[in-house]
Ligand binder design. Structure first.
Ligand SMILES: Cc1cc2nc3c(=O)[nH]c(=O)nc-3n(C[C@H](O)[C@H](O)[C@H](O)COP(=O)(O)O)c2cc1C
Length: 354
């Protein structure tokens, strides 16, 4: 079985030449229309920010039946990827924190595709805005009816920036993406490495509100999703949701989980500067389902109208069902479509009503 993203090659090579599909004989089932964020969609199945590196990747997966397509996070300036390795398979230790160990067969796929966990360390590379703005427009032009183009944006803060500068940088990217044709903007508030001072943006309720407001000012009526990671306590999440509810239309829950990613001899897989990296896949599914359940309960208790796009370890119809039962409005897949490119078609065949 071949992987669409070849982890033995550089990010740039995958960007230029991928996706690498083993089979090109596929069919995507026709499904009746439904709504997500007030927009008509063929299904509420999609790909989260990451795997769709450019319009070629995005349209290739759209053709395979994914209907909510997130264009990989873009910035207001070009940023290269970290050097290889960027993506490795890890052992499933059944834990949710502490170190996780790389499987030493990184060039071949672990057998049980549905149970794969992996770790990523890319540094959120981005092409320059002049390039991605044109490419977002190409992606939009190639999508069919009922398929949504979501563009993920993030700020690129420099030392000493004020919160207003940070919010303005998010808003600039969002406005460019909306002008290029994005149906939905997703602001990535959850990256642990790149936000100012102490922790990700979504841990700071006032900052999250400021960012959401500035983006809203720049994108008019285009729906806005805010992507978050795990909250340390429920009250923090409640305050966050209250603070952003009148500015955003939904939240994307949750981003990868940051853990030390090591070789068995203790060496960090991604180098000493990046001992901790983002763990995705099977290992994060249960915590992500729990996060969605809590978010749905708080939204109901508070009477807030935010939608939930759920992400974390979906590699089967049953995994998607977990999220819908927990209260998700849409289900996104991060890593699994890399080795299971027909996942949306499979799930839509089983559940055309999703
Ligand atoms: C190759 C890869 C690249 C990613 N890059 C981004 C990114 O640029 N921005 C972002 O918000 N999330 C990024 N993610 C995180 C995913 O959007 C998603 O939250 C995470 O993979 C968990 O979902 P999963 O368990 O289904 O993989 C990336 C994930 C993968 C696998």
């Amino acid at each position: 079985m071949q992987c669409a993203y070849d982890i033995t090659r550089s990010y740039e090579e995958n960007f230029e030449r991928g996706p690498f599909f083993a089979r090109t004989d596929f069919s995507a089932p026709n499904t009746p229309p439904k709504q997500f964020l007030g927009l008509s969609v063929r299904s509420r199945m999609g790909i989260a920010a990451g795997l769709l590196l450019n319009s070629r990747w995005l349209l290739a997966y759209a053709a395979r039946g994914f209907d909510l397509l997130t264009y990989k996070t873009v910035r207001s300036r070009a940023r290269p990827s970290h050097p290889q390795p960027n993506w490795v398979f890890v052992e499933d230790d059944g834990k949710t924190d502490g170190p996780v160990f790389v499987t030493e067969q990184t060039s071949s796929l672990p057998d049980a595709a549905r149970r794969i966990s992996s770790a990523i360390c890319f540094g959120m590379p981005s092409m320059a805005p002049e390039w991605w703005r044109e490419d977002v427009a190409r992606a939009k032009a190639g999508l069919g009816a009922g398929q949504l183009l979501i563009v993920s944006v993030v700020a690129s803060p420099e030392p000493g920036w004020t919160t207003a500068q940070l919010a303005a940088d998010y808003a600039q990217c969002a406005a460019w993406a909306a002008a290029a044709g994005a149906d939905v903007i997703e602001a990535n508030l959850s990256c642990p490495n790149l936000c100012p001072a102490d922790g990700p943006v979504y841990w700071d309720t006032a900052l999250s509100r400021e960012v959401a407001q500035r983006i809203r000012d720049g994108i008019g009526s285009v729906p806005l999703l805010l992507k978050v990671g795990q909250f340390e306590e429920e009250n923090m999440q409640r305050n966050f949701l209250r603070a952003v509810a009148d500015r955003a239309q939904g939240i994307t829950v949750a981003n990868n989980v940051s853990r030390p990613v090591l070789h068995r001899d203790g060496r960090p897989v991604f180098g000493s500067q990046h001992e901790k990296a983002g763990v995705v896949g099977r290992l994060i599914h249960e915590p992500a389902v729990a996060s969605v359940r809590v978010a749905r309960r708080i939204l109901t208790e508070e009477g807030l109208g935010l939608s939930i796009a759920a992400v974390g370890g979906v590699a089967s119809t049953e995994d998607a069902a977990d999220f819908f039962e927990a209260g998700a409005d849409a289900v996104m897949m991060g890593g699994a479509p890399m080795y299971l490119p027909d996942l949306a078609a499979e799930i839509k065949t089983a559940h055309p009503e999703w």
